[in-house]
Design a protein. Structure first.
Length: 224
């Protein structure tokens, strides 16, 4: 298959995936996509291929290949242990810019995605855009139902009463349902608590959440 034909095929698959997910949202169904959902596009589609296509759609290109290799052994063990048995626990990754927090967050959710669970990745500023008046109807409840929600760069948003209330509404709902949320932030614990408020901070780090500090050289500069 030529590169152009493969690109067209993937675009067709992603278009069909979006249609199926729109129907699921309208019906408030939370289930993984199955090959039969796309039979009218490509009969007999391999399930792993479908999940690979979906991964490309939900994860930014820079992190398509993110995994947990290359981290300090202690960090690696904590991340893989959480990924195997999150049991309703959040994963909170803190540390300076460029220490691999987003890479770790995506890598820790890779197993969940390939096992058929629903993963969503959103920078927090994009999340807040979705939750604004005039945004997609029911966005908060749809995001509350996601099996693994990665919120990138929490604390970078401009703090207002509205942003605090919306973040609390979403994360409190996920906390009540014991659905894991994965958070990255450049802030330390005390700064994060000040930025999001004590109620939300308690929801993030409570219930035996895994809180990991990633330090070291800026991986972005090292890579360049």
């Amino acid at each position: 298959m030529t590169e152009a034909a493969e690109a067209t095929r993937i675009d067709r698959l992603l278009s069909r995936v979006a249609e199926v997910e729109e129907v699921q949202t309208a019906r408030r169904i939370a289930r993984p996509l199955e090959p039969e959902d796309l039979d009218d596009v490509e009969p007999g589609l391999d399930l792993d291929r479908l999940r690979e296509v979906r991964w490309r759609a939900i994860i930014p290109r820079r992190f398509h290949r993110a995994d947990l290799s290359g981290f300090d052994p202690e960090v690696y063990e904590a991340l893989t242990s959480w990924a195997r048995r999150p049991a309703g626990r959040n994963l909170v990754l803190i540390g300076p810019v460029g220490t691999g927090k987003t890479h770790a967050a995506v890598g820790a959710c890779r197993v969940a995605h390939w096992s058929g669970l629903n993963v969503r990745f959103l920078p927090v500023v994009e999340l807040l855009d979705l939750l604004r008046p005039g945004g997609p109807e029911g966005a908060l409840y749809d995001l509350a139902d996601v099996d693994r929600l990665i919120l990138d760069d929490v604390g970078s948003e401009r703090p207002t009463d509205w942003t605090a209330e919306r973040l609390y509404a979403l994360l409190n709902r996920r906390w009540l349902e014991e659905t894991p949320t994965i958070v990255t932030t450049n802030l330390g614990p005390a700064e994060l608590e000040e930025a999001v408020g004590p109620r939300l901070f308690s929801r993030l780090v409570g219930n035996d959440a895994v809180v990991l500090a990633l330090y070291g050289a800026d991986r972005r500069r090292t890579a360049s």
